[in-house]
Design a protein around this ligand. Sequence first.
Ligand code: SF4
Ligand code: SF4
Ligand code: SF4
Ligand code: FES
Length: 355
Amino acid sequence: MIRLKVDNIDTAVEEGQTILDAAMKAGISIPTLCHMDGVEHYSSCMVCMVRDRNKDAYIPSCTALAQEGMDVDASGADVLELRKKALELLFSEHRAECEAPCRVVCPAGYNIPLMNRLLAAGKFREATELVISELDSPEIRCLTCPGYCENACRRKKVDKPISIRKMKILISENLDSFGAYDHEIPLSEYIDPRKRFSSRIGKLSDDELRQWLKECVREGRRFDSFEDFGSAGEEAMSCMHCDCRAAEDCRLRELAQATGLKDKGSKVVNATITKKINKNTGLIFENAKCIKCGLCVRVCEDSIDEPALCFIHRGFVSIISEPLTEEFDNILKTQTDKVISVCPTGALAKFNTNE
Ligand code: SF4
Ligand code: SF4
Ligand code: SF4
Ligand code: FES
């Protein structure tokens, strides 16, 4: 066994294990992005840096082997600062558009792109449940809002903005037709709005809350209307889904939030915003969101039966791609879900994966 200290905690690991393994054994958490247990080490992101106190050297804990007598600093101020710098470097080349502009400007932060995806897929009940889960005021805010979302809508640049308010109002007027307030449906199926509300709403019982929700969405003035959900769904198909498909499940975003890192709005990102879509599997690849961790390549390395992803070009211009001899439509026929699950960002996703 190799004996060492991590943050002054004595621990021991087998020969050949890493500092990250030793830290985990000592109950110390170190962030990682390009590392995955059982997959060959690569060390590209550097968010797992620690300090070897004996040598006064900074090393990536996911790759550096534990050595006898090591004294590792895994949470000192300088170590945390270095990890933050590593994250900043990743973000300097990352087109970080986690949320769609319509949602960013909405005073209530309603998840408009998801509502559009649900409507476009004919999932009207789910769209209704989403609206209920997001209610945060005595009436649906769209009734009195001047429509910031539509003003910010990117579709405007193509033809005209999506009629977001009309859709919201249509949904709010049809809550009963989906049994949204039936007592058989437990309230816990929805995100409980009381957690986000002021003390008055927070004190309501389940029944009172249902009644309150029922009343609040029916008050107010109506603008225009769609004839039915079908026409709303048709319009929703024009939505360009400007949000990131990994917005709710992105390790890079989580780390940035945990370290208080803010993306610089004025940066210049060279990576193009193009998306590749595999028509056979629904796999989407967005190069501008890839941090080149190589996990998607490494998890398929022993795959000889089907073409997978690989790096092409060299140095700063290297990117993840299908092999030069293959079409994107022909890759990863059986391993699409695997590469999506290991990707720590939204660079790899599936079409309509949020529905
Ligand atoms: S990959 Fe993560 S950080 Fe980047 S835009 Fe998507 S959610 Fe945001
Ligand atoms: S196109 Fe869709 S996701 Fe993009 S801003 Fe408009 S409503 Fe939002
Ligand atoms: S696509 Fe995802 S998994 Fe593959 S290199 Fe880029 S960030 Fe890593
Ligand atoms: S997790 Fe260690 S270098 Fe990326």
